[in-house]
Design a protein around this ligand. Sequence first.
Ligand code: BJW
Length: 225
Amino acid sequence: MPDRIVILTGAGLSAESGLGTFRDKGGIWTRHRIEDVATPDAFARDPDRVHAFYNERRAQAAAARPNAAHVALARLQAQHPGSVTIVTQNVDALHERAGATAIHMHGELGRAKCHACDHRWPAPPAMRHDDSCPACDARATRPDVVWFGEMPYHMDEIARHLLSCDLFAAIGTSGNVYPAAGFVQEAARAGARKVELNLELTELSDLFDDRLTGPASKIVPDWVE
Ligand code: BJW
């Protein structure tokens, strides 16, 4: 078992928990335009529409349960304390509910953020943009998620982990969105072995040393064993 493992997870990990992916057939971005719900401009133009989109997804995520892949990753992390860093692009809390800790680079559905002062706090099940901020009282509440054009969270911490890892795994992510799509190359520069676990090959597959294809609930537990 390598000393330092970084695992990047994406929407495919939670697909079998019933949460839709973004770019697969029937995915979220085939039903909603990114420009309408996932940019700062969309929020400025029509905050009610953006909140309706995220309130629905928050309810779906609350009803979902971790699947065998989340459980296997939590077990791996528990068996190797301090060695396994999970970086997730997912805004659900399924890693935590399986017992793991994860770095949420694209934020969390379960948190709210003040557009005026950047204060962040646990989100109510249904949020409105005129809910007031507990820190500054401004009525400018938004979901604490990272939209296109915004800086993902914890980038310095993630870069440190990538620069010192021996093994990098990307699970259930299409590799369409940067900076996460560039992590495999950062891990390569660190001399890490790279493995991709996905339902199918992706545009980035050639950058990996090993490729495991199949549903996450099957291939992740098998890989962790
Ligand atoms: C299964 C499975 C099963 C299915 N088992 N597998 C060039 C041109 C123009 C713009 C850019 C550019 N290069 C970079 C940019 C900027 C932009 C970007 O990347 N655009 C691209 C479209 C090109 N990026 C940004 O704006 C980011 N910020 C930024 O870059 O700041 C500057 C910066 C630079 C460098 C360092 C630091 C900062 C922000 C991106 C924010 C993305 N936000 C979203 C929404 C989050 C909130 C929400 O959830 O609503 O994040 S978009 C969406 O995509 C979400 C996801 O986290 C993200 C990635 O999607 P993911 O997880 O890969 O899902 P899918 O659906 O794409 O793929 C699912 C995969 O699962 C598939 O491969 C399936 O095969 C597989 N699968 N079922 C296993 N059962």
